[in-house]
Design a binder for this molecule. Structure first.
Ligand code: AMP
Ligand code: GLY
Length: 430
């Protein structure tokens, strides 16, 4: 019997609930702690009294409590150096150190690594002053994409169809709209094609791809309305052409190898966001962590011991046989609070979660929820629950997810009704 490991997981979203559930299924999982966690996570784990963004706080608590693995869910603690501080205590960490987390923390850093690695991505220029940036946008005179360099909670990207929209984006970035994240601004060419995410585990030498997935970022059916943190997702992506998966895997391997050759060990999850262009997959962005809600469809299909794989990422012993896949399909629909991504109400009671979870193939992951003193689950955020269904066909998974959504109720429950429709219609529509 493998030795048990006590685990501290940082984060509070649906991604972290999915990570926690998979970790809890490992025979190696000892005591489970979360900081801060959510209503669903706190049914599986105890809350640790630490600030997830404070390297010193997390490292000291993990040391004092004999933690054997710290798993970092979101990007901010990675970029803050929580991984470095915990590793300095001799404690294994899942998630890259701050230097490697720059792949997400700075778009300019990531672009330069991609250039040196010879990886296909949109052509770009970066600017630190507004006037030259605006001049360049006028010179391009058409569609382009304007991006704040730093972390902007997924909001610092303006996909501009016209010069006017691009100039507005430039002035938002430099006008402090995205805080320090907008001090450097990237302008890049607009790419066209369907999008595909590929998460991969890596220890800095070996890269093991996980399954492909596709997020739905817009708030309303038909990809209308504002961008959100993600309204639904499925896995795998059924419309890949021959060679596209291999090309994406090769790109991620080249990036990890390039970083290694520069003295930077990337260990953890590397998340590549790709555009499947007519010239092959090109990188839109890299994230230094699991995707949310992608994790909620990728992990339920994964076979293998997540504790073993995460420890192997940290200590350089990752191997491809640690991960295998079900042939099943997964579809997840995000239930949100009315008004999201704008303002919304909180503290509304939720019913029906147990009924949905009781359906074979269905798992409800909590995102913005909390527990009342009497154990009632209450809404506590914009994205409230991720209703994931796994089934032998794409259509069955999709139907099952929506049947499960019907079992759950809270005031203002809002969701997209067309998650996965485009995939069923085929490549031209994705
Ligand atoms: P990012 O956070 O960089 O992934 O950008 C958010 C979204 O903006 C992506 O999922 C794409 O839909 C879109 N996007 C980003 N870069 C480009 C690009 N160069 N061309 C077209 N769309 C883009
Ligand atoms: N689903 C997008 C992200 O995790 O960044």
């Amino acid at each position: 019997m493998a030795q048990k490991v006590d685990i501290l997981l940082l984060g509070s979203g649906g991604r972290e609930h999915a990570l926690l559930k998979k970790l809890s299924e490992s025979p190696m999982a000892g005591r489970l702690y979360v900081a801060p966690g959510n209503g669903g996570m706190l049914q599986l784990a105890q809350q640790a009294p630490v600030d997830q963004d404070s390297p010193a706080d997390v490292a000291a608590w993990a040391k004092a409590n004999g933690i054997g693995l710290v798993v970092i869910g979101p990007e901010a603690p990675l970029v803050e150096g929580v991984g470095d501080a915990v590793r300095a205590q001799g404690i294994p960490v899942f998630g890259p150190n701050a230097d490697a987390a720059q792949m997400e923390g700075s778009k300019e850093f990531a672009k330069k690594v991609m250039e040196r690695a010879g990886v296909p991505t949109a052509r770009y220029r970066s600017f630190t002053d507004e006037a030259s940036c605006a001049d360049y946008v006028r010179q391009l005179g058409g569609p382009c994409v304007v991006k704040a360099d730093g972390l902007a909670a997924g909001k610092g990207v303006i996909v501009a169809q016209t010069t006017e929209q691009a100039l507005e984006g430039v002035s938002e970035c430099f006008g402090g709209h995205f805080g320090d994240a907008g001090r450097t601004v990237i302008v890049e060419e607009m790419l066209e094609g369907p999008e595909c995410s590929l998460l991969a585990l890596t220890d800095g030498k070996t890269l093991v791809p996980l399954a492909t997935s596709q997020d739905h970022k817009r708030a309303q059916d038909g990809d209308r309305g504002p961008n959100t943190g993600g309204m639904g997702v499925y896995s795998p992506v059924p419309i890949l052409l021959p060679g596209e998966l291999d090309a994406m895997v090769d790109i991620e391997k080249r990036v990890v190898a390039e970083l290694a050759s520069e003295g930077i060990t990337y260990s953890g999850c590397l998340y590549g966001g790709f555009m499947l262009t007519k010239d092959g997959p090109k990188v839109l962005e890299f994230n230094a962590r699991f995707g949310d809600p992608e994790t909620q469809v990728v992990l339920p299909r994964m076979k293998g011991d997540l504790v073993e794989a995460f420890l192997a990422c940290d200590n350089g012993t990752l191997s491809p046989d640690m991960v295998a896949w079900d042939d099943d399909w997964a579809v997840s629909v995000v239930l949100t609070s009315a008004g999201y991504p704008g303002s919304y109400r909180k503290d509304l009671p939720i019913t029906g979660i147990d009924d949905a979870n009781a359906m074979p193939g269905v798992t409800v992951y909590h995102a913005g929820t909390k527990l009342a003193d009497d154990g009632t689950v209450l809404t506590n955020g914009g994205r409230v629950l991720d209703v994931t269904a796994v089934a032998p066909t794409f259509e069955d998974a999709r139907n099952l997810a929506y049947q499960a959504c019907d079992k759950i109720f809270f005031e203002g429950k809002t969701y997209r009704h067309d998650i996965g429709i485009k995939a069923i219609k085929g490549r031209a529509n994705l």
